[in-house]
Structure formats: C-alpha cells, structure tokens
Design a protein. Structure first.
Length: 127
C-alpha cells in the first residue's frame, strides 16, 4: 500500500494542501519497502488529490483537511486519515503496525471557504 503523508519538516502537516511536500511510503506486510519525498505541486482546487492519485496513493495522512478535499480523495478511492499530530517517523511506524487511527480534522470546518487558493494560512490550532 502506498501512503502519502502531508509533511512539514519532520512532522505530519496540520493541513494537507499547504504542506511542504508528501512523504510517500510503501508498506507491505507490516514493513516499509520504500520511502521518498514528493514536493507539493501547489494548492489549487482538486490538484493535490489528482497528483497523489497519479502517484498511486491509497491513503492520505494529515493533521487537517477540508470536507471538499476529503470528498475528492474519496472519489479517487483514497482513504483519508486526518487529526494526526506527530512526527512523520511516528506516523510511519504506527502505519506499519496498523496502529495509526484518524480523528477529527485539525482544521475548522469552512476554514478555506471564500479564501480560494491565495489563502496562506489555515485556521488550525497553533502552538
């Protein structure tokens, strides 16, 4: 299974569309077979779900995601695990063992509505 983890530095990004890139991890039989970083192609409506679909992703891991984006992933048959707040390494280890569980998105509903692609920040909780 190929999993795309929204990544900012070494952490799971709080918002999948505004991350630096995607850590693509192939896990088979509970073992990490391959791991690479793909640059974010740019936040435009529908672009990232299509990009990750073409890469072969079957699951997306992120801190937060909007309902529209989650629906686009669903149309491609890509499962979304939101609400993840940890390092990428911790997420990978939990994915390999089957222990990573999603939760409520870290972004508030409608956080991007009305802002379009020019919005540069998300409304998720900040440290």
């Amino acid at each position: 299974m190929l999993i795309a983890i929204a990544t900012d530095n070494e952490s799971v990004s709080p918002h999948f569309g505004r991350c630096q890139g995607y850590t693509l991890v192939r896990i088979e039989g509970g073992k990490v077979i391959k791991r690479e970083l793909a640059a974010n192609p740019g936040h435009a409506p529908g672009a990232i779900p299509e990009f990750l679909h073409k890469k072969g992703a079957e699951k997306v891991v992120c801190g937060g995601i909007g309902a529209r984006a989650a629906e686009l992933f669903c149309r491609y048959g890509i499962e979304v695990l939101a609400g993840i707040d940890c390092s990428v390494d911790t997420a990978v280890n939990k994915l390999a063992s089957g222990a990573l569980k999603g939760a409520e998105s870290l972004c508030s509903p409608g956080a991007g509505r009305g802002f379009g692609v020019e919005k540069t920040v998300c409304d998720h909780p900040h440290d």
